[in-house]
Design a protein around this ligand. Sequence first.
Ligand code: ADP
Ligand code: MG
Ligand code: ZN
Length: 480
Amino acid sequence: MTTYEAVIGLEVHAQLLTKTKAFCSCSIQFGNEPNTQTCPTCLGLPGALPVLNRQAVTLAVRAGLSLDCTIRETSRFARKNYFYPDLPKGYQISQFDEPICENGTLDLFMGEGDTAYTRRVNIQRAHMEEDAGKNLHDRGDDSIVDLNRSGTALIEIVTHPDLRSAAEAAEYLRTLRDILVFAGVNDGNLEEGSFRCDANVSIRPVGTEKFGTRVELKNINSFRFVEKAIIAEAKRQEECLRTGERIVQETRGWNDVAGTTYPLRSKEEAQDYRYFPEPDLPPLVVTAAEVEAARASLPERPREKRARYMASFGITPYAAGVLTGHPKVAAFFEECVASGADATKASNFIQAELLRDVRTKGLEAEIPVSPAQVVEVLSLVDGGTISGKQAKEVYAAMRGTNKAAKAVVAELGLEQMSDEGAIEVIVVKIVDANPKQAEQLRGGKLGLMGFFVGQTMKETGGSANPAMVNAVIKRVLGLP
Ligand code: ADP
Ligand code: MG
Ligand code: ZN
């Protein structure tokens, strides 16, 4: 029986993090009343002319450079003509044969251990375009067209058909989103539709070169759904080939309840977009000097950041991955280290305590304490003022306030007990009260050490310095 492999190429639409739209000065803020962020240009009124938002160009260049694309010195806008109610002009301003960014690459590190491999994904192009509006069908009996999104600046990133499994496709999307988020180009917010993906899927017998007929899966709004949809679609195509059916080139959607793809439109119904150069906009020029300035201002990519964390801070790959899960968390960690915290201790504290309380929304993150507060807590532990356990209490009490850790320690009366004489008094009392256990421990039943440590900690309300407690018990019982 023939075995098949999937061949996948992805098209991602990512919203550029401008304040205003691509060709007018309307706001792109999400979630406002329909049609409150429009003007003659983004409403497509006759005679209104587009003016290019230069910030969108800057961000598109950053996106391209983050993907190792070449940036075209002179690119051109083009009209992509089609009819749909959410497209008032009857065309979308896009780029066609002269896109701003081309020929990039993105490497995926797949699998682990013996099965690890690298998949290089070639980026065909990344071009600028404007978004359409939205048809809303959730208004009782009415449907309305909301043009708040109309004219929003996007970058469309198109790969060559280089991906070979649904898992690779999902990993590509996660990696791409992280790169764009860390570059400050996109907010990575899938729920608000600012990062959207179409997946092109075909299959071919393993070992053959020729590509099969592709199906385009449209408008799938989560990475998990993309993965499931590709698996289901590849299986459906395999079924077609096995039963001698012809695969038709078409666009399909994903029904998550049924777990199947379904036809949206066939190639025969596909539009001819009649692209032609946009006459209302001059060619877009990005000079070599501008490209170099953008390259110089580009921050570290997430993968480079992780590598640096591992190499210069000696933290584990896992921890590096967690800390670079969000730019604000990474920045928080780096600030702790820059202010003198031990990297491993800061990393552990952020993972164990802080991350539970961090809420992220797009590029924003609510972090309930400052790096300075964390650094102080860690230094109090280091100096023996409080125990690791007490540090958790201090953090909990500091959360949402700007209180200094020292003040919280005083407030809670948490000072760690490091008075050796006082600890000895307590240990002697406990030894006297438990002569049998003391005798057994002296006789070599070392498991009982924990019993005496526990009793001492209990007696001191958990505040005794654990290392000191151990030493005092040994001394009192005459252990080596
Ligand atoms: P279109 O402009 O009609 O969308 P493109 O040739 O630009 O067509 O391809 C769009 C996407 O489809 C690209 O991501 C590309 O990698 C992918 N693609 C092209 N051919 C195949 C194929 N045979 N199987 C899977 N994906 C494909
Ligand atoms: Mg396409
Ligand atoms: Zn407008």
